[in-house]
Design a protein around this ligand. Structure first.
Ligand code: SAH
Length: 346
């Protein structure tokens, strides 16, 4: 069971109040220098009292935060009101600003074989408040630690499968777009490729024009099924079709699809795999490929591909005229791989 969210609690607490009151309250959550409802003087003192008692200013609390030696990666384990733990990461990006990596669920049902979160199973989806508040948590953190720079990007690459929590992810993104300086191309939703949800997104007028990243990891149907057991029959054919329709709907240079490809030693990193990937991607429309060297998870049989092999893989793919980049590995000294920290805490 998910805890109730503020957006629904508010009208129940103040049935007589006009709707703009909630917009004011939501806006207040994002004001600089405010630490609670008591600070929001646009509300009467009796309203502030009720809000303080009944409506959580923060839906999550920090369990612990670890920072890597370089000081450019901070990872937090947050706790929900019902005592569940999940993680969120703050990373310095290329532009010297901060990217936050947010979770959409506690655990995950997708069981990707190389992923730490996949091993946990799904506990529950996060509410829109719990997603929204990951941004607010890091924003306050930057102020408290006097760290320069602002949060310029959000990626849904923490725990969970965002397309399996579609409505709450959508509500959270819409809240950020409304109350922060984040633009839609600064937000990336990364998905294993839940096709019926991806289809829904194409028809959904309220779905914001954020970036989509697909965790492909193999352009070979059989191999993908081995690494990612949630892969549906004919996935690659359907995905290519989806990508073309996505391109027709919002295709422009800002709305290419990104394909994520975690390189696993001896599993999906050969020359043949690179060629398979290139010929697949060439059929799908505007695309970028982002390779991620595997962040090995203790207890799993997978190792990272050597940088030599990664370079070879990238060379082959780019020789097909495709845009391929490598994700920087960050915070390796603080177990920054997906799900690792929350597992350790458990
Ligand atoms: N459920 C979403 C978000 C997952 S985390 C999705 O599947 O896209 C973001 C990315 O990290 C995904 O591409 C995921 O496959 C990848 N990933 C997970 N565990 C990893 C690991 N140990 N090393 C490298 N990449 C990993």
């Amino acid at each position: 069971m998910q805890p109730p969210v503020r957006r629904e609690r508010f009208p129940a607490l103040f049935p007589g109040e006009p709707a703009f009151r909630w917009t004011q309250a939501e806006q207040a959550l994002f004001q600089e220098g405010k630490n609670g409802w008591a600070d929001i003087t646009t509300f009467s003192s009796s309203m502030r009292e009720t809000l303080t008692k009944e409506l959580p200013w923060m839906s999550v609390v920090s369990d612990r935060v670890v920072t890597n030696r370089a000081g450019d990666t901070h990872k937090a384990v947050l706790r929900t009101a019902d005592g569940l733990r999940f993680e969120t990461v703050l990373m310095k990006n290329k532009r010297g600003q901060w990217t936050i990596c947010v979770s959409s669920q506690v655990g995950c049902a997708m069981r990707c074989t190389f992923c730490a979160t996949g091993a946990m199973g799904l506990t529950r989806s996060l509410t829109s408040d719990e997603i929204v508040d990951q941004y607010r948590f890091w924003k306050t953190y930057l102020v408290e630690k006097v760290l320069p720079g602002r949060i310029s990007n959000v990626v849904f690459m923490g725990m969970g499968e965002p397309m399996a929590n579609y409505e709450n992810v959508k509500a959270a993104i819409r809240t950020w777009l409304k109350h922060t300086d984040l633009g839609p191309v600064r937000i990336t939703v990364s998905t294993v490729g839940v096709l019926w949800q991806l289809d829904k997104l194409l028809e959904d007028k309220d779905w914001p024009p954020v970036r989509i990243a697909i965790s492909l990891h193999s352009a070979n149907q059989k191999r993908r099924e081995e690494i990612i057991p949630s892969t549906t029959p004919d996935f690659l054919t359907h995905l290519a079709d989806w990508a073309r329709r996505y391109g027709d709907r919002q295709g422009n240079r800002r709305h290419h699809v990104t394909y994520e490809y975690t390189l696993i030693n001896g599993v999906n990193d050969s020359e043949e795999h690179a060629k398979e990937l290139a010929s697949y991607i060439r059929k799908t429309g505007a695309a970028k490929i982002n390779v991620i060297p595997l962040n090995p998870v203790p207890g799993k049989p997978f190792t990272a591909a050597a940088q030599r092999r990664v370079d070879r893989f990238k060379d082959i793919v780019s020789s097909f005229g495709l845009d391929i980049t490598q994700r920087r590995s960050m915070g390796e000294d603080i177990a920054a791989a997906c799900g690792q920290l929350a597992l350790e805490t458990k």
